[in-house]
Design a protein around this ligand. Structure first.
Ligand code: ZN
Length: 310
């Protein structure tokens, strides 16, 4: 491959409308279906949609792809990708690359998604208070220290920044205690977390149907941790879990997407050992000089009505 590779990679998470089968009354907003389709219309004017196998052939064998090539990627294996995205892509003969966590149905929601549900139900202030109440003094101390540190990155001048600040504290410094704590808050304020997770994530039947319909799948770890926060052993086991899961879905070599876009220097080597030949970040970038750090554009940020419901 002659680097840099020119490739526009779009990144999507939730694609849903209020009250549809994906939003399902959760109150969690996303990019609206209309905005998603409008963006595909726009992209198709300037780009040629490409597929994961074509990108892989470009990376591995140096096969040319058009410089206007665009790859659509979707993170987190949420049900939106089956109920809303899949049909739209299939009708347009576009193939998407879906990064899915290999979660057993018993494992519940990843921490990030528990936070989304609880934020929608309790609001930011309510959620922060509910968490604070359950922390002991040592945990409160760590919470406060972490919050101070992340305020440099997320000055609390906007609601978005204040939400990102709480997320950073919970998903990093307090990730071990946050998981069971939010699980218990979920049961109190929303209901069965496992029941919610079963409807929230793609199941194996839907994944099979999507694969048969021309979609491709990649790894996104098992527990969705920040890779720069966990140790090398945990990174290796998270990547291995993805490879084992993908073996049942489609032949490799595969692609990986870093959870939260979190990076660590040893990831390329760990990924390579497990049969991954490319990895995608959340860094905005259109020319890529390393197959393990391919940048992406966040589709929702470019959408006309970015907030979906707004
Ligand atoms: Zn993710």
């Amino acid at each position: 491959m002659n680097y840099p590779l020119e490739l526009t990679v779009m990144l999507y998470h939730y694609v849903r409308d209020r009250g549809d089968d994906a939003e399902a009354g959760s109150g969690i907003p996303g990019m609206s279906v209309r905005a998603f389709e409008a963006q595909l219309d726009e992209l198709s004017k300037q780009h040629t949609f490409t597929t994961w196998p074509d990108v892989r052939a470009a990376l591995q064998e140096g096969k040319p792809i058009p410089s206007s090539a665009c790859l659509l990627t979707f993170d987190d294996g949420v049900i939106d990708h089956y109920v809303n995205v899949f049909k739209i892509l299939r009708d347009r003969h576009i193939s998407g690359l879906f990064f899915v966590m290999n979660r057993c149905e018993r494992e519940g929601l990843i921490l990030a998604h528990k936070i989304h549900f609880l934020l929608a139900r309790l609001g930011l202030t309510g959620l922060r208070e509910a968490i604070w109440e359950k922390l002991n003094s040592e945990q409160r101390e760590r919470f406060t220290q972490a919050e101070k540190r992340y305020q440099l990155k997320y000055p609390p001048v906007s609601l978005d920044n204040r939400i990102n600040l709480l997320k950073a504290v919970l998903q990093r410094d307090l990730s071990l205690e946050a998981d069971p704590l939010l699980r218990s808050l979920f049961e109190i304020h929303i209901g069965s977390e496992n029941g919610a997770a079963q409807k929230y994530y793609l199941n194996s039947e839907q994944i099979r149907e999507m694969a048969a319909g021309g979609m491709h799948f990649g790894g996104h770890s098992q527990n969705h941790p920040w890779f720069d926060w966990i140790d090398a052993e945990t990174r290796a086991s998270e990547i291995k879990a993805s490879a084992e899961w993908l073996q049942q879905i489609e032949p490799g070599p595969w692609a990986f997407a870093y959870p939260y876009g979190g990076l660590s220097e040893d990831s390329p080597k760990l990924l390579k050992n497990q049969g991954f030949v490319a990895a995608f970040t959340t860094k905005t970038q259109l020319r890529h000089s390393d197959p393990y750090f391919i940048g992406r554009l966040d589709g929702e940020e470019f959408a006309q009505d970015g907030q979906g419901y707004a």
